[in-house]
Design a protein around this ligand. Structure first.
Ligand code: GDP
Ligand code: MN
Length: 426
């Protein structure tokens, strides 16, 4: 799901009518200091990354003066949390917390419910994972009607909120459910929701995940890629996403895998479907080849979409091969894949003569598909290492891996020799 950072989520909570601490984001220590000065009170400085557990890793600092805020921001901005560099901090008023609660809306996908669900506990905060199940109240609500206040009162009461505070809590929970629906969230987690010494409630943290399929309805969120990413999307990710975004027929997924474009042994990876992708990984892993990217063209995509994915996969520099890994009997008509791959390889092979291409395609319209591949690639320049396989090898990861490795070794040796000659000639 597409996730917003805490400070972004809080902005939308505020617009929906939920109380959040005053403050805003900063990307330099000086900016952090300035925000603390404007607020004119003690502040919390918090790392903005797509990872939880910041409190425990020292990435949330509570300070009293603007100087300390600057210092705290400097230290947090030099951190890496779970491998993610911190580029932004949130500087907001420090709350005088008397109690921390947990309030979250998620999708209850169980057969009986299939609805949004509120989870609420009077034991929120950093150790929510260790709060016993029975202390977390759960309540399903309708995505059309929302969470009526009387139900919110009931949940709060069952959780142990005293009578005089019920209306404050119910109003918070009701508004949270409203925000959840209005923003088409998948998850809207407030942990902690806090009560301050003056009896007010605030969303002190916010994890907001928007349903990928509803991102298009919310241009205001500025979500560039409606997909789950641990960090910022790379150029290849964005190109891949663009294929998906502009054509909804079947899936055409391309994603970066941290390929360095220099080392040997990387293969342009083009599996068809999730199961096939896992088998393809086996094929590569057992022979020590590495996928340069992840891809998937399944769900009966049209040829033009498969073609675009194949072109992106093949565009990566310094590949030692290309694997079309149809390691499953697909019921999608495979001739669309055949046409697409023929067109892509007819364009790319002359530029990369001798590139190892192991093409495995099986299932519906298999005979025709293999014929299209064979005929289409028979006369193209640079096709010396194209091998085409069908159902006899559909689960044969060992065989496919070995074929690709053997071809890749030859190709690599040729490339290295050519590079050596070029070097010697200088
Ligand atoms: P997480 O650990 O990544 O979920 O980060 P949180 O935003 O939940 O912060 C962790 C903890 O820091 C919270 O449980 C609070 O105890 C504390 N905290 C966060 N903001 C404030 C604040 O404004 N005032 C005070 N006193 N504590 C805060
Ligand atoms: Mn939290």
């Amino acid at each position: 799901m597409a996730r917003l950072l805490e400070y972004q989520g809080k902005r939308w909570l505020e617009k929906a009518g939920l109380p959040v601490p005053q403050g805003r984001e900063a990307s330099t220590p000086e900016e952090a200091r300035q925000i603390a000065e404007e607020l004119g009170k003690p502040v919390a400085v918090k790392a903005q990354v797509q990872a939880g557990g910041r409190g425990k890793s020292g990435a949330v600092k509570l300070v009293d003066t603007p100087e300390e805020a600057e210092e705290a921001a400097r230290s947090i901005l030099s951190m890496e949390i779970k491998g993610l560099p911190v580029r932004v901090v949130l500087v907001e008023e420090k709350l005088d917390i008397v109690r921390e609660y947990y309030a979250t809306c998620i999708v209850n996908g169980s057969r009986e419910a299939r609805s949004p669900m509120l989870m609420f506990s009077v034991e929120g905060g950093m150790d929510i994972e260790s709060v016993p199940e029975e202390k977390i109240l759960r309540h399903n609500f309708s995505e059309r009607e929302g969470l009526p206040t009387y139900d919110a009162v009931d949940v709060a009461e069952r959780a142990g909120i005293p009578p005089e505070k019920l209306s404050t809590f119910a109003s918070f929970l009701h508004t949270l459910a409203e925000a959840y629906i209005q923003y088409d969230c998948f998850t809207l987690e407030i942990n902690p929701m806090v009560e301050t010494s003056d009896g007010k409630l605030y969303a002190a943290d916010c994890k907001m995940e928007v349903d990928n399929s509803a991102v298009f309805r919310h241009p205001e969120f500025g979500i560039e890629v409606a997909r789950d990413f641990g960090s910022e999307p790379t150029e290849l990710d964005l190109i891949g996403w663009n294929i998906e975004k502009t054509d909804l027929r079947g899936s055409g997924f391309v994603m970066n895998m941290g390929y360095d474009e220099k080392s040997e042994g990387y293969v342009g990876y083009h599996p068809i479907g999730g199961g096939s992708a896992m088998m393809g990984m086996d094929a590569l892993n057992t022979v020590g080849l590495i996928p340069a990217n992840y891809a998937d063209t399944s769900g009966n995509p049209v040829a033009s979409k498969v073609y675009r994915v194949a072109k992106v996969v093949l565009s990566q520099p310094n590949l030692d091969g290309y694997l079309l890994g149809g390691f499953m009997m697909a019921n999608q008509e495979q001739w669309h894949h055949a046409h697409a791959v023929v067109k892509a390889l007819r364009e790319e092979l002359p530029k990369k003569p001798g590139l190892p291409c192991v093409l495995l395609l099986a299932g519906n319209k298999e005979k025709e598909s293999l014929e299209i591949l064979r005929e289409g690639l028979a006369d193209v320049e640079g096709n010396s290492r194209v091998e085409i396989y069908g159902r006899e090898h559909v689960t044969d990861t060992d065989f496919i891996g070995k074929r690709l490795l053997e071809l890749a070794k030859e190709y690599r040796a040729e490339k290295n020799a050519a590079a050596g000659q070029a070097g010697a000639g200088q």
